[in-house]
Design a protein around this ligand. Sequence first.
Ligand SMILES: [Zn+2]
Length: 395
Amino acid sequence: MINKNIPHFVIFDKFQKGGRYQDLLTHHILSDVALKCVGIADYTIEFVNKVNKGRLACLYYDEETHYISFSEKIVQARNSFFQSFPSALLQYCNDDSENKYLAYYILQPVGGSIVTDYHHFMYRLIKSVGTIFLNEEDMLNKPVIKFISYEDLILSKENIRKKNRSNKSTYVTKSDVGSLQIFSKVYGASKYESTLISLALYHISILPIVIYEIEEQGLIKLPEIARNYLLSLKRINIITSDIKQEEREYKENNSLRSPRYISNLLNKLGPKKCSLCDCDIPEIIQGAHIWPVSEIKKSQILSNTEKLNEAINGDNGIWLCQNHHKLFDSNLLILSNDKGLYYNNSLLEGGIDYLKDVTNIMVLPDEFYTDKFISYLEMRNLNIDQNNFSRFSIV
Ligand SMILES: [Zn+2]
């Protein structure tokens, strides 16, 4: 019998990972949660044996519903540590009741650290969607501060990317028309991170958001429950990457608007910033091809699929502002595989002075020059006579 005067827990999920829920959610923990949520340490409890509810308990008391997501107990792969929370978040979001609260409770971990930079990034996302942390002071080494803006989130994500370059992830940027773009992983544990990033951005920004689902391992879409909820929000649009459609468009036009290309550049280069002048106004930063798409198309030996793959390769591009992109594509500026930047001798002195004024990076970072990048540069410069160019002197 449910006693309405006592907080009542309904615990979903089998909590099978890392032990039975009876062992994980001890009396001590549950009374701590009840005390922190509603100020009463006493409670009644029932279990509902359902999976994929997000390590979730609901606490009902005095017309209030508290959704509590519990952290993983066993710390293994870092991104699977957070895969339950977005499920709990979506349960909460889809509840129409008025007095609802969302909380996160951190269990004492076994087997690894839960205070890495990556964990803090994820805690900040969790807090940014309005979650109350019930025991962060006890469990974490520093307070969790929600993101204050999309720039804050992008910068924080960049610090994670720098430390783990091989990890292709979900990236956020701002488009040339001022909307936020999310290049979303749809595979594995990362798809939960994508959902959380999307909802966090929705909370901290008033800008329109476009989510690009990036096809991976045959999966093309986010989980249906996440998708349906995201699409119910007025400012969010979702575009599914369609490789066949991209191939068709590429065959018919010389231009290429592939979300996969932008996603690959964000993975290799980080947030949008001109490689030659450091301008970081995202609306005027573009992905500039090294081996141009129109030249790739002329290849006699590559199939259409291979051509597209060269065109969207993250090594086949750098970020350039519109000014430098135009100068680069007009061959008034060229990059050489000796890592130097050269200007066209046909320019008048005033033009050269202007270029020197607006170009404060004369040598690109070493990490740009992968074997693949150098091979694209060779293809680009195949018909260029370097005698017609002079190297910018490094001041
Ligand atoms: Zn520039």
